[in-house]
Design a protein around this ligand. Structure first.
Ligand SMILES: [Fe+2]
Length: 275
């Protein structure tokens, strides 16, 4: 099976493309102070390479490899699930090489190199999170034989992409989809619209998500160590069988058994439907 890896071809980036990276990096670095975890803030140092602009994957990988044994490989865009899982299970993070244009800084569609590197790579320097990602990849390869990919994908979505964490009693963002987005960083932490619910593995794997707007519910973990335990130590076979008989939960729903940090007004979603 091909691994879909392509050369990053760093020398082909234009000055304008590097400038987009630098603008986004400066903007998000400023915004995230006090809004993301200490682990993410520390991990951002790995992205500060010898030259400004879009990081060179080879240089970045060398630094990441020395810290937690991960590396970054370029791919042309979205890759098949099995390829994605295989890379993660071997501590390789796949990243797009293109970058959004200067007039689309708040771009939300396919993940670009800013989302993939700025959003995902800092936490790969955290040992517990780095292990969680590898375990997720191995779990993905197994989930295929259970026909449970949709359920497992929700775990990735609500943690790796849109996870929140409580650190010293304060709510912080760690999901790549949040921390790489100016608007969603503010929305996920401060807006009264979304629900914020204490993470529960089974609950998350039953919950649908939105790909076209900010999330209607965010799930909150206590630590990466805790997340790693809850997933690495869980027996997913029986869990998938149990989940197969349970109904999916809509993105904005609140269940009686949820441990709610706050119940969202869902005003954002209602407004978006009207316009
Ligand atoms: Fe992502």
């Amino acid at each position: 099976m091909s691994d879909w890896a392509i050369p990053q071809d760093w020398n082909s980036y234009t000055a304008g493309e590097h400038a987009v990276w630098d603008t986004l990096f400066a903007r998000q670095s400023r915004l995230l102070k006090g809004r993301t975890t200490q682990a993410f803030l520390r991990g951002m140092d790995v992205l500060r390479l010898s030259r400004p602009g879009i990081p060179n994957f080879a240089e970045l990988s060398e630094r990441l490899m020395a810290l937690t044994g991960w590396c970054v490989v370029a791919v042309p865009g979205l890759v098949p699930d099995a390829v994605f899982f295989e890379h993660l299970a071997n501590r390789r993070f796949v990243a797009g090489r293109f970058i959004r244009t200067a007039d689309q800084l708040d771009y939300l569609q396919e993940p670009d190199v800013f989302h993939d590197l700025f959003g995902h790579v800092p936490l790969l320097t955290d040992p517990a999170f780095a292990d969680y990602m590898q375990t997720y990849g191995a779990g993905g390869l197994r989930a295929q034989s259970f026909g449970a990919l949709k359920k497992l994908a929700r775990l990735y979505w609500y943690t790796v992409e849109f996870g929140l964490i409580r650190e010293h009693g304060m709510l912080r963002a760690y999901g790549a989809g949040i921390v790489s987005s100016h608007g969603e960083t503010l929305f996920a932490l401060d807006d009264p619209s979304p629900n914020r619910i204490v993470f529960d593995l089974e609950r998350v794997m039953r919950t649908d998500y939105r790909i076209d707007d900010y999330q209607q519910s965010y799930f909150v973990i206590d630590s990466f160590e805790d997340l790693r335990h809850r997933t690495a130590d869980a027996d997913f076979g029986p869990l998938y069988r149990r989940l197969a008989d349970l109904e999916d939960i809509t993105p904005g729903a609140v269940l009686p058994q949820d441990r709610l940090l706050n119940r969202g007004t869902q005003a954002h979603t209602r407004h978006a439907r009207l316009t």
